[in-house]
Design a protein. Structure first.
Length: 418
């Protein structure tokens, strides 16, 4: 049995970010376009309820979801392109130039380049120029190389599942190193004829390089992965975040494409999701994951939550505070992280201090890329350093969830558990 470590992290985000005012203007332009189309076709006008869905502003978005800007891809850019760029950046972070190719690549996404085939990871591998052949024994004999490739989709939990499978591939001895990539262009998966969830989402990619190491120096332990799904009573959770049409259950029709319906795009009941997912994550997923790993929150130094909604993060943290009275969780982002890092050493040692690092204010919800982008930024700001124990928790549609506890730098560097 082998151990597994993170050898490198890389991200790739669109060059242009859009403010809340920009997003509000997009919705106004979309509304005007729909009104003009309906008038031309002689169809019924939008109802007051439908018109209200186009109305938003910086003052409305910021306090409700904590997003102030988010990156959107250009029209010619693709999920595979961002995945390839993030993978190159992660590989370079791990090895620089000239190292041999990965033994596997797992692409986690809910916005593939194509609906059925080819798989987006196939396109990504081509764009990365990963060879499918190699010369053998110094001769002009070419052989196909072994390369494990898969697309993984489980809503916002996709990257967590990819990390589980990547770890398993290495621990089993099937390969020594590979890539787990989270990439999404969410701006093309949701309706612009309603403000939610469009106002929350962003585009981009993040990747990690996993590599074998000794068991004693492993960053991961099998018992520290905790995953699951729960569709709710009669599928109520399944319907909370859903594409109603376009799959085998409901093939796409012309009526589904009506902008007043948009059944082919992702819809979300935001209020229902907030009311149900906060207690589920805060009171069950995180405590149960820690119990399964035989850990306490006191053993965690850094908490990385899926960047779904800032109010959701704050509500989960509040629930954790009420359960773990010996811990103080600081919610940090790029604006206040320096101050928090300087302040914690001067705080009371009677309680254990944890940093919950957030990126949603300037990235939005990046779906499959949320966790790797957050890990990358937290490392860049010195929140995650060797010796810190990190709990990454992702959750999303279905509902689904994955918790991963990482001994950053290896188990031999991290403090003993409580």
């Amino acid at each position: 049995m082998k151990g597994v470590k993170i050898a490198g992290i890389g991200i790739e985000l669109p060059a242009r970010s859009y403010s809340n005012d920009d997003v509000a203007q997009m919705l106004i332009e979309q509304r005007d376009l729909v009104i003009a189309q309906l008038k031309t076709n002689g169809e019924d006008e939008l109802t007051p309820e439908q018109l209200e869905q186009y109305e938003t502003s910086n003052e409305w978005i910021g306090p409700r979801v904590g997003v102030f800007k988010r990156p959107f891809a250009e029209t010619h850019e693709t999920t595979s392109g961002y995945a390839a760029a993030a993978s190159h950046n992660a590989w370079d972070d791990a090895y620089g130039d000239g190292f041999e190719e990965p033994g596997f690549s797992l692409l986690c996404t809910v916005s593939p380049d194509h609906f059925t085939t080819p798989a987006t990871n196939v396109v990504t591998a081509r764009k990365m120029r990963l060879g499918y052949e190699r010369f053998t024994h110094g001769k002009e004999t070419r052989r196909l190389r072994n390369f494990i490739s898969a697309d993984i989709t489980q809503a916002c939990s996709s990257f967590g599942e990819g990390m589980i499978f990547g770890n398993a591939l290495i621990r089993s001895g099937m390969t020594d190193r590979g890539l787990v990539v989270g990439a999404d262009i969410m701006s093309r998966t949701v309706s612009k004829n309603r403000r939610s969830p469009f106002i929350i989402l962003g585009d981009g990619a993040g990747a990690v390089v996993l590599e074998s190491c000794t068991v004693e120096q492993s960053w991961f332990q099998p018992s520290r992965f905790f995953a699951g799904v729960n569709g709710g009573k009669d599928g109520e959770y399944e319907r909370a975040i859903i594409n109603l049409a376009g799959g085998s259950e409901k093939p796409l029709t012309l009526e589904d494409l009506d902008p007043r319906v948009d059944a082919h795009l992702m819809l979300m009941d935001g209020n229902f999701v907030y009311r149900t997912i906060v207690p589920f994550v805060g009171n069950r997923v995180i405590p149960n994951a820690l119990e399964y790993a035989q850990l306490s929150l006191h053993d965690i130094d850094v908490l990385i939550l899926h960047q779904a909604n800032q109010r959701m993060t704050e509500a989960v943290v509040d629930r954790l505070h009420k359960q773990f009275l010996d811990c103080v969780i600081w919610i940090a982002n790029q604006n206040n992280v320096k101050e928090i890092l300087e302040r914690i050493p001067n705080e009371s040692a009677e309680k254990h201090h944890i940093i919950c690092y957030c990126t949603i204010d300037h990235t939005g919800n990046l779906t499959s890329a949320s966790i790797p982008v957050s890990l990358h930024e937290a490392r860049e700001y010195g929140v995650i350093i060797p010796g810190k124990r990190v709990q990454a928790v992702v959750f999303g549609g279905g509902y689904s969830w994955v918790s991963i506890v990482i001994d950053w730098g290896g188990a031999h560097l991290c403090r003993a558990t409580a």
